[in-house]
Structures are given as C-alpha cells and as structure tokens.
Design a protein around this ligand. Sequence first.
Ligand code: MN3
Length: 219
Amino acid sequence: MAFTLPDLPYEFDALEPVIDARTMEIHHDKHHATYVTNLNNATAGTEWENVSIDDLVRRISDVPEGIRTAVRNNGGGHYNHSLFWKVLVPPGTGGTPEGELAAAIERELGGMDSFWSTFTQAALTRFGSGWAWLYVSGDGTLGVGSTPNQDNPLMNGVSEIAGEPILGLDVWEHAYYLKYQNRRPDYVKSFAEVIDWVGVGAAYDAVRRSDRISGASRA
Ligand code: MN3
C-alpha cells in the first residue's frame, strides 16, 4: 500500500494572515506531495511500503542503507508535514493549553512564557532547514528542541532528541518565505496564533496513556 498525501483539514486561506494561502497551497500540494512521491519511489517493492509512516520513521535505523537516506528525508518529510497540518487552526481559535498538558508545561517547562521562549530559541537557532518540536520523552516528561532537515524525535538512533512529537514547527524557508522573507523571528512569533492547543493536548494525553513511554510515569 502506497503512502498517500492527506488532505488539508481546512482551506488554503484558513490561516491568513499568519500563513498566506499561496504558501499553504505550494507547501501542501507541491512540497508535501513530492515527499510522498519520493517516499513511494524509494520503498516500492520492499517490505517498507507496507509499514505505517509512524513506524517507518521510528524504525529508520533498520531501513537498508541503500534506501535509508531517501526514506529518512522523504518519510520524515511526510510524517512531519502530516503532523504540522494537524496542529494548525485559524488565528485566535486554538485556545491555550489546558488540563494535564497545562500542568505539565507548568511543572516541567516552567510555564507558558518559559516554554515559548525555549521553543522560539530552538526554532531560531536551527541553522538552515529543520523543525522545532514539543515532544514527550521516553520517561513521560515534556521536551523542547529542534532537528535538522526532515528529521524528527521519533527517529531512533538518528535524532539528537528522542520522544513522541506533539507539536512541530517547520522552519524551512519554503514554509514562510513568500510572506516573511528572511524574517524567521516574525514567522515563529506569529505561529503562536495558529496553534491548536486542544489538539496538542489530546495528542499529549494519548501519548501519556500509550505504551510508548515508561510505565512508572504513565498517566
Ligand atoms: Mn515544509
């Protein structure tokens, strides 16, 4: 079964003025679509074409060397963008963290201001192309960091940070250049207005209930 490009869960202009419609159209229909096409080409005829995208990036170190770089780049691209579209909502509708996630941000990251400062730092100090992440570490605690290119915290043995991503920000220039040009700080600041905190909270709760974190700290 081939990997498929998910539909955007909203119109291209839904995130205006934070992310412009043209950027969303090119980003989804061209960039993300190309990752999916290249991933299908790389995995065609191998056992890896039948693995879920989550498991594929999780098991990246087991992928044969001959296709590993292609799978890392394009499988990462497919996973990362699929997550990215899901954490975005029209400006001002995403609320603020609530419940267990809000408590964990307070307890483990020093509160929202501190989280945002750390996340912004991660996004701005990632030189070149990459992603900034909020993720749940294997011990159940929250982490903030960044990865290069299309890597992500699920990539065991590859990524410097390890865990289950619950919020990701694409800091490749293709994600913001049309509207923000070289002003990545403005893009990162504006991103705060389009985060779906209800969805991120639900993702956090799901990870905490899963067997992917150690039992001792599971909710
Ligand atoms: Mn992108």
